[in-house]
Design a protein around this ligand. Structure first.
Ligand SMILES: O=C(O)CCC(=O)C(=O)O
Ligand SMILES: [Fe+2]
Length: 358
């Protein structure tokens, strides 16, 4: 198979309805294959997530973020060993700059791990924090997670087929925990000098990301870096999700599918988005991830592209391989991003993770 040198200028839309008819499935799979190998980003339409489930979440976001500060602080992520809950504007940095967004992080509802002999990273699982001032939120988020979990599984079957593998190939790599963030980018005042909603990064939290851009069509901000270093806009397309490759899938496919760099600009419009990060089994070792499909993907010869300065600056710990399991690499990432939680809940590894710069 020849390597592709295509440089993309826009993000393709993959119509999932084509999967319903064996006659149209091959058209879908070949379009998907191009999107996976050349871009790492795509939209999906006709995704079968019920409109009402999406609308209920979109409608509740402004209410969630306009809760008084003390209500948001009662569910602060800082208080969660599982890194779930509210983070205020400026509490995260990406590419060494503060991000101008506030967010509430949720996950598949799970009880905390109780086995004292379990690896430390098992503490990533645990219950959500729900604001008592907005009781309607919990069922809305839970229904959304259930639907996105199913969409993620349907999508993985298509990805496997597009990469010449049996449908169920990737399902055994899935976690019991998927994570979702409700994100609010406040409008940047014209003279504020704020330009970064979230800085350039690849997604470290999951297998695949399914992003709902939950604002009006005219609201812009999300951009993807192409192979020659140009930032390509990803405009809001109603009734679609934006889907992109996460770091673990990049490793599994030997970079045939790339975890493509993206960012969000701060604009004069307020913006809402909801990324859903499909979870990777925490005990997945790098060895297993690399060995399972080495032979299969050796025939793909993906186009490495020219790595830009931005690309080199992006942290990809699982790929660089310092830590053996996905769970440990995740825990490290979380502790480095949320140092108060690290000191409070993980003193035994805090120093090691914060000081190891690789
Ligand atoms: O808000 C967005 O559109 C994208 C957010 C994002 O890339 C992330 O949280 O990983
Ligand atoms: Fe992202």
């Amino acid at each position: 198979m020849t390597a592709s040198t295509n440089n993309f200028q826009e993000i393709p839309v993959i119509d999932l309805a084509l999967a319903d008819d064996p006659k149209t499935l091959p058209t879908l799979l070949s379009a998907l294959r191009v999107a996976l190998i050349d871009i790492g980003f795509l939209y999906v339409s006709n995704h079968k997530v019920p409109t009402q489930v999406i609308q209920d979440l979109v409608d509740i976001l402004p209410r969630l973020f306009s809760l008084p500060d003390d209500a948001k602080n009662k569910i602060a992520l800082e208080n969660s060993k599982h890194f779930l809950g509210y983070s205020a504007v400026g509490s995260e940095t990406t590419a060494a700059k503060a991000d101008a967004r506030e967010q509430v992080e949720f996950a598949t509802e799970l009880t905390a791990a109780s086995d004292p002999d379990a690896p430390l990273y098992e503490s990533l699982r645990g219950p959500n924090q729900w604001p008592s001032e907005l009781p309607e939120l919990k069922p809305v988020v839970e229904k959304y997670i259930t639907e996105l979990t199913l969409l993620g599984e349907r999508f993985l079957s298509l990805v496997a087929q597009a990469l010449d593998l049996p449908k169920e190939t990737f399902h055994s790599f899935l976690s019991d925990q998927h994570r979702l963030k409700a994100v609010h980018y406040p409008a940047a005042a014209p003279d504020s000098g704020i330009t970064q909603g979230v800085g350039p990064h690849t997604d470290s939290s999951g297998w695949w990301t399914f992003l709902l851009q939950a604002s009006e069509k005219h609201v812009r901000g999300l951009q993807v870096l192409n192979k020659t270093g140009d930032w390509i806009d990803v405009p809001v397309l109603p009734d679609t999700f934006v889907v992109n490759v996460g770091q673990a899938f990049e490793v599994l496919t030997h970079r045939t599918c790339k975890a493509t760099i993206h960012r969000v600009l701060a604009t004069h419009d307020e913006r809402y988005s909801i990324p859903f990060f499909q979870g990777v089994r925490r005990n997945l070792t790098k060895k297993e991830a690399i060995e399972s499909f080495r032979e299969h993907f050796s025939s793909f010869e993906p186009d490495a592209g020219t790595e830009s300065d931005v690309g080199r600056a992006v942290d990809s710990p699982f790929l660089r391989g310092k830590y053996d399991t996905w769970g440990e690499s995740q825990l490290r990432t979380k502790i480095r991003s949320h140092r108060t939680n690290g000191q409070k809940f993980y003193p035994q590894v805090y120093k090691k993770y914060v000081e190891d710069d690789a």
